[in-house]
Design a protein around this ligand. Structure first.
Ligand code: C5P
Ligand code: C5P
Ligand code: C5P
Ligand code: ZN
Length: 440
């Protein structure tokens, strides 16, 4: 880690130590909620009073009411918002998103400024975990939440790299790790029925079909992944890969059938489960439930798992609906999502497992005043020149909205009623980007 980065973290720690009260603000998704668990645990252990808020609306109007005279710590968002508040002091930002450079007084710690790839090699939880480590090396035991954020942001897809790799080399060895089938629940029946990443068309969401599928390969629906033998595992991996091949997924999604799973026995979840449960609760608007549970309030366990099941059931239903009404533009596929919080997750699943692999997916969620837009591409498209962060920013600005994110995954908020105009502009920019051959 560069000395200049450590230095900035030390400045941040001084600010934290000096302040009586911390106002922690994180993005609402899985990475943001994992960052929230890390930062609130750190604050609690330091004996600091804190307040936690989740943010969905990243526009100037969404952020302004959250600022305060107390020390504010943003995680998994904030860098790109500083340009709206150049004079605001007493702010620490721990972020990994691309941002437009401007003058500001806040202490902005963004992985991108130190040569790291903020899309694949460092997430909000990476930045929050380093903050906790700088505060006290004993916070190393918050490693599971660094992993859950990383997985929620899909920074394990295509292999771990960058700052994430540095952290894993330093702290991951304490945990049992196994390269195995990338499934998340306990029983084989639940694992496949609720599997959305990978998403198995025709099996995901259909327990009776999963039972038949498992019977055909002679695996008990009640067995856990650890209880089936190597030969059964191989059979299962082959059968699931065959399904993905039929769905015509790309190589990256096909490879995601296997993953390095970490076992966090003291938490009762492995890395894939932990990420899913934190992400699912966040997207159900129940971020405080996993935060409270992992801060030590055991009584929240049932509610947390119930929220997770409700999230998965809803997500699977929305994915099938979106798949059946996925419209072709010239250079993109697009659909309408019923809930803005779910739009990103649906677009991600469609892109990796169910949609035309040659074009990005754009989802619209029409709200009362604004429309939320989510977009996802593949690494292959990015290598051909796709940059959805630019697409979302430029197309949204052209219709009076705001947008940004990563080359492979980006979002926007636009005024309601401007969806088709936005789509036309976005489609054109995608066409230009994909036309420019830019092989890497
Ligand atoms: O706001 P944040 O950066 O945390 O979110 C990143 C988003 O990009 C997540 O929703 C993640 O799932 C998505 N992503 C993706 N494919 C990738 C990398 C990230 O869909 N290869
Ligand atoms: O209400 P019920 O106990 O059926 O729901 C919890 C179930 O969901 C448990 O089997 C639990 O292990 C499973 N689960 C999981 N992965 C998660 C969350 C819950 O396997 N991420
Ligand atoms: O909302 P969604 O999951 O589609 O967002 C994809 C990525 O774009 C996330 O990293 C998110 O933080 C970012 N984003 C953004 N500005 C917006 C909307 C989303 O930077 N207005
Ligand atoms: Zn993130």
């Amino acid at each position: 880690m560069p000395a200049s980065m450590v230095d900035k973290y030390r400045q941040a720690l001084d600010l934290i130590k000096e302040s009586k009260y911390l106002k922690i603000i994180t993005h609402y998704d899985g990475d943001g909620t994992s960052s929230a668990i890390i930062l609130t645990s750190m604050a609690k252990r330091m004996g600091k009073k804190f307040h936690l808020t989740y943010v969905k609306d990243l526009s100037q109007n969404g952020i302004r009411p959250l600022l305060s005279d107390d020390l504010v710590i943003f995680a998994d968002a904030g860098s790109d918002q500083l340009r709206f508040f150049p004079d605001a002091e007493n702010i620490i930002v721990l972020d990994h998103h691309f941002y437009q450079k401007s003058n500001y007084k806040a202490l902005n710690i963004n992985a991108r400024d130190f040569g790291y790839d903020g899309t694949r090699g460092a997430c909000g939880s990476t930045m929050a975990y380093i903050m906790a480590l700088i505060a006290n090396e004993e916070n190393a035991d918050l490693f599971p939440f660094f992993m859950s954020g990383l997985i929620a942001d899909k920074q394990d897809l295509g292999g771990i790299s960058g700052l994430n790799q540095v952290i894993i080399d330093a702290y991951g060895f304490k945990y049992k790790k196994e390269r195995t089938i990338n499934l998340e629940a306990q029983s084989m029946l639940d694992s496949i029925t609720y599997s959305t990443d990978p998403f198995f068309e025709g099996l995901t969401g259909y327990p009776d079909k999963v039972k038949t599928f498992l019977a055909d390969i002679e695996i008990s629906p009640d067995a856990t992944l650890n209880e089936i033998n190597e030969e059964q595992k191989k059979k299962l991996a082959n059968a699931l890969s065959t399904l993905l091949l039929k769905q015509r997924v790309g190589l990256e999604a096909l490879a995601y059938i296997e993953n390095d799973i970490y076992y966090f026995d003291e938490l009762g979840y492995n890395s894939k489960q932990l990420s899913s449960i934190v992400d699912g609760n966040g997207k159900m608007g129940q971020n405080s439930v996993p935060v409270a549970y992992f801060l030590g309030y055991q009584s929240f366990k049932d509610e947390m798992e119930k929220n997770w099941k409700m999230f998965k059931t809803k997500l699977i239903d929305y994915v099938y609906r979106a798949k059946s009404e996925l419209f072709p533009g010239k250079n993109v596929s697009y659909f309408y999502a019923p809930e803005s919080e779910m739009a990103g997750a649906i677009s991600g699943i469609l892109m990796l497992y169910l949609a035309d692999q040659t074009r990005p997916v754009i989802g619209f969620s029409v709200g009362k005043e604004d429309t939320k837009v989510s977009s996802r591409g593949t690494r292959k498209q990015v290598n051909r020149g796709l940059n959805l962060s630019i697409v979302m920013r430029e197309a949204s600005q052209a219709v009076g909205g705001t947008g940004g994110g990563h080359d492979i995954a980006a979002g926007a908020v636009i005024p309601k009623g401007r969806e088709m105009q936005f789509l036309e502009i976005a489609d054109k920019i995608v066409g230009t980007q994909l036309g420019q051959k830019n092989e890497t």
